[in-house]
Design a protein around this ligand. Structure first.
Ligand code: SF4
Length: 241
């Protein structure tokens, strides 16, 4: 098994990468929470959930997500709404730039989407582009959100790294890397990409599992190594032994 290409990051052998993914995804299948945005592949709904989840706890997003989508069920409805109404519906979640950007994005996609990203879908509804690179060009969409929408809505083989994922990846593979340093961020992305499975379908599970393990087991406050499926591979765990 060839070693994973991790661009300046520590070299990780292929067997370790394979074991990481297999254990991670098996754990997810047994332990995943039932969250509403995991039951859909609607790109707009997934984008809304991802933007809400930035800076906001899951329990709070659970309250706002269905309410927001009831009010603005499609990109077209959102694009037709006034910005003040969109921001008002976001009230209580904070970080209102997210709502403003989402509104701007809906207008850009409804206006230019089909022309910019190919034919409109058969049902005639405006949608988002499937690949992370095109998603990055939309207002308020950074590399994490682009990877999340591409993999969770379109089941593309796209990596994602947020704070939880960066913490998990560094603890397992490279405890010396610091996600606050730009140079190290690139390395963390490279390692995360090297862990991806071959198919987009498996990538959906893999990315959900990275997020879930970082949220439930390997958290910022506590490392629950005793119940962690990765402990045999984990450098941070090995250092503590
Ligand atoms: S073994 Fe511990 S430190 Fe390593 S990933 Fe699991 S919880 Fe985190």
């Amino acid at each position: 098994m060839p070693a994973g290409r991790t661009h300046g990051a520590p070299r990780i052998d292929g067997e370790t990468l394979l074991a990481f993914g297999t254990r991670l995804r098996a754990w997810y299948r047994r332990n995943a929470r039932d969250l509403p945005w995991r039951a859909t592949r609607d790109p707009y709904h997934i984008l809304v959930s991802e933007l809400m989840l930035q800076q906001t706890q899951v329990s709070r997003v659970m309250e706002f997500y269905p309410r927001f989508l009831e009010r603005f069920p499609t990109l077209e409805v959102l694009a037709a709404a006034r910005e003040t109404h969109v921001v008002a519906a976001w009230e209580g979640l904070g970080y209102y730039a997210r709502a403003r950007n989402l509104h701007k994005l809906s207008r850009a996609v409804v206006r230019e989407g089909a022309a910019a990203w190919g034919d409109p879908p058969s049902n005639g509804r405006a949608t988002l582009p499937p690949d992370a690179e095109s998603l990055r060009r939309l207002p308020g969409v950074g590399p994490y959100t682009a990877g999340a929408v591409s993999s969770f809505a379109f089941e593309r083989r796209a990596a994602l790294v947020d704070t939880n994922v960066a913490r998990l990846i560094t603890r397992v593979f490279a405890p010396r890397l610091d996600a606050r340093r730009a140079r190290d961020q690139k390395r963390i992305w490279a390692i995360t990409e090297a862990t991806l499975p071959r198919t987009g379908k498996a990538t959906w599970v893999h990315n959900q599992a990275l997020m879930e393990l970082g949220a439930l087991v390997c958290t910022a406050r506590v490392k629950r190594c005793g119940v962690c499926p990765l402990r045999r591979l984990c450098k941070t765990y090995q250092r503590r032994m």
